[in-house]
Design a protein around this ligand. Structure first.
Ligand SMILES: Nc1ncnc2c1ncn2[C@@H]1O[C@H](COP(=O)(O)OP(=O)(O)OP(=O)(O)O)[C@@H](O)[C@H]1O
Ligand SMILES: [Mg+2]
Length: 289
């Protein structure tokens, strides 16, 4: 007599179990990878174009300049700008270790470890058109399969708003700290307030707000000019009981340097923005200790 063959094999269930198993293993890898990083700083905003990437890159540089071990992860899949602003060539590719099924971030300026979707695209003009599950797969691999090693800080730059990547990052990273970037504009602040609320509903730790493009020093008379009515970030900070970590002024050189690919804080060590980033770094460190 041969082995008894069951009438019906539930393949669907078997495949589902396999997938769940894989997901669980990946979650474990993410957890152990992230545990080796002391502080995870997630940079988000409600509105686009308020300076998240600028803030992420310059915070990373400011932290590295005071001797911290820093990594930066760019999960803005459709418009990854971190490498350009850091001056890291897109031609560099993360080194892959086939045995460990993992890969290594690229070494950027001041030894900052860099991973960005832009390393995986062909050229700077070609957008990545990925659907939900593929995008999520990429984000999870960046967190779980990349060899970040031991770091003091991992700065994570996100796309604007409440995208899938943002929600995924908020759910996947244990003990992360959220930094909300806003400009003083009313519409930006309205969206920033929603984002703070979302993070609080998800019971995530909001470390604080950074106000960017916070006024402008007139190059002729040096007088401070408010580009928008001031006080909105202070009000949001009070209303939601989260600290205001810093205010970065609008400086023409900031945008020029972003385009040229050398972070502002290195090129202009004595500028008002560099000082403002230093103040922000100090208050981040104070709130984390
Ligand atoms: N403090 C500043 N002074 C002058 N220009 C700035 C400042 N902050 C940001 N910029 C400029 O504003 C533009 C948008 O900044 P950035 O790309 O950092 O915003 P973002 O929030 O990351 O945008 P997105 O939502 O598209 O990811 C860039 O050209 C940048 O150089
Ligand atoms: Mg950006």
């Amino acid at each position: 007599m041969g082995e008894e063959i069951p009438d019906e094999i539930d393949l669907k269930e078997t495949v589902q179990q396999g997938k769940e198993e894989q997901m669980n293993q990946q979650m474990e890898r993410i957890k152990s990878n992230m545990e080796k990083i002391k502080h995870k700083l997630v940079i988000i905003s409600g509105k686009g174009g308020v300076g998240k990437t600028t803030v992420a890159v310059n915070l990373a540089m400011s932290l590295a300049s005071v001797g911290e071990k820093v990594g930066i992860l760019d999960v803005d899949i459709t418009g990854p700008n971190v490498t350009k602003m850091l001056g890291v060539s897109n031609d560099l590719k993360p080194r892959v270790d086939p045995d460990k099924k993992s890969f290594y971030p690229v070494n950027g300026p001041m030894n900052i470890k860099v991973l960005s979707m832009s390393f995986l695209t062909q050229d700077t003009d070609t957008p990545v058109i990925w659907r939900g599950p593929m995008k999520m797969g990429a984000v999870r691999q960046f967190l779980g399969d990349a060899q970040w090693g031991e770091l003091d800080y991992l700065v994570i730059d996100l796309p604007p708003g409440t995208s899938d990547e943002t929600l995924d990052i908020l759910q996947l990273i244990p003990e992360e700290n959220i930094i909300i970037v806003s400009t003083p504009q009313e519409v930006a602040l309205l969206d920033a307030r929603k984002t703070i609320r979302m993070a609080q509903i998800m019971e995530r730790n909001v470390l604080g707000i950074i106000e960017n493009m916070s006024g402008f020093a007139c190059p002729h008379c040096d007088k401070h000019i408010d580009l928008y009515p001031p006080g909105g970030a202070e009000k949001a900070s009070n209303d939601f009981d989260v600290p205001l970590l810093g205010k970065i002024p609008f400086e023409i050189e900031v945008s020029q340097q972003g385009d040229a690919g050398l972070p502002f804080v290195l090129k202009y060590p004595d500028s008002e923005s560099t000082k403002a980033f230093k103040i922000a770094v100090n208050s981040i460190k104070k709130h984390l200790s």
